[in-house]
Design a protein around this ligand. Structure first.
Ligand SMILES: CC(C)(COP(=O)(O)OP(=O)(O)OC[C@H]1O[C@@H](n2cnc3c(N)ncnc32)[C@H](O)[C@@H]1OP(=O)(O)O)[C@@H](O)C(=O)NCCC(=O)NCCS
Length: 218
């Protein structure tokens, strides 16, 4: 399912013609690593993504794919954002959410978090949790919308700046209140991104069952 980008007034290069939310594949790792590097002061290297996607049985990553708008010379389809979580017993622990800078502020971060909660539902997780930099106003506001509330602080958690991490969690995902919130957010996203599928399509996590080169010989 795809959708025309409603943000027609955005500058060239920031427009995408259609959007699709799907599970991330190994071949998406370079694009995700590039977005990650541009988004975080301590971005993961490409090998970390490859390891997550091929070796970590608890990891589930979602990619947001955009098509170039008609008439543009950009690549036919590109990853414009990604998000990941770890399935830890009955807890979905969000490890990352990032949108390419030129595509921010148009609901795509919200779409990715929506997709992560969808994945958590698919795996029957009880709650979702995460840590977030105290100074990351945009992310904290986005997570609050999705029902994450603050339950504690990890002092000097981040090695680069020694900034505190805010610990956030949702209530039970299966509670009537959360189901109602999620339905309300789905309706609001559907109005903002008409026609886009909010459901993450499952599929082989690693296309062709390939392993990264560094795994060979082990
Ligand atoms: C956080 C991030 C994913 C948001 O992506 P986005 O596509 O810009 O988000 P959306 O357009 O869907 O906005 C969703 C909500 O986030 C909040 N938000 C987004 N940008 C914001 C900003 N600059 N200031 C304050 N709130 C902001 C708002 O609540 C917004 O809701 P609204 O559209 O109703 O105002 C993006 O800024 C990003 O990739 N940042 C770098 C990586 C990062 O910090 N990730 C989170 C920590 S893991």
């Amino acid at each position: 399912m795809s959708v025309q980008d409603p943000a027609s007034a955005t500058p060239p290069g920031s427009r995408v013609g259609s959007l699709r939310l799907r599970m991330m594949r190994l071949e998406d790792a370079p694009a995700a690593a590039a977005i990650e590097r541009a988004s975080f002061s301590e971005g993961w290297p490409l090998t970390a993504f490859e390891r997550e996607l091929s070796l970590n049985p608890a990891a589930r990553y979602v990619a947001l794919e955009g098509a170039a708008p008609p008439g543009s010379h950009a690549l036919e389809r590109e990853v414009v954002g990604f998000a990941g979580l770890w399935l830890m017993l009955d807890e979905a622990h969000v490890v990352s959410v990032a949108v390419a800078e030129q595509h921010r502020g148009r609901g795509l971060g919200r779409l990715l978090v929506h997709g992560l909660v969808d994945v958590a539902y698919q795996h029957k997780m009880s709650v979702a949790t995460l840590e977030c930099r105290e100074s990351n106003v945009a992310a904290r506001s986005l997570y609050r919308e999705y029902g994450f509330y603050e339950v504690g602080v990890r002092k000097r958690y981040y090695a680069d700046t020694h900034e505190d991490a805010i610990i956030m969690t949702t209530e039970e995902l299966d509670s009537p209140a959360y189901r109602e919130r999620y339905a309300r957010l789905a309706a609001s996203l559907a109005a903002r991104l008409p026609g886009v599928s909010l459901h993450v399509r499952q599929g082989a996590r690693i296309k062709g069952n390939r392993s990264p080169g560094w795994l060979q010989g082990r």
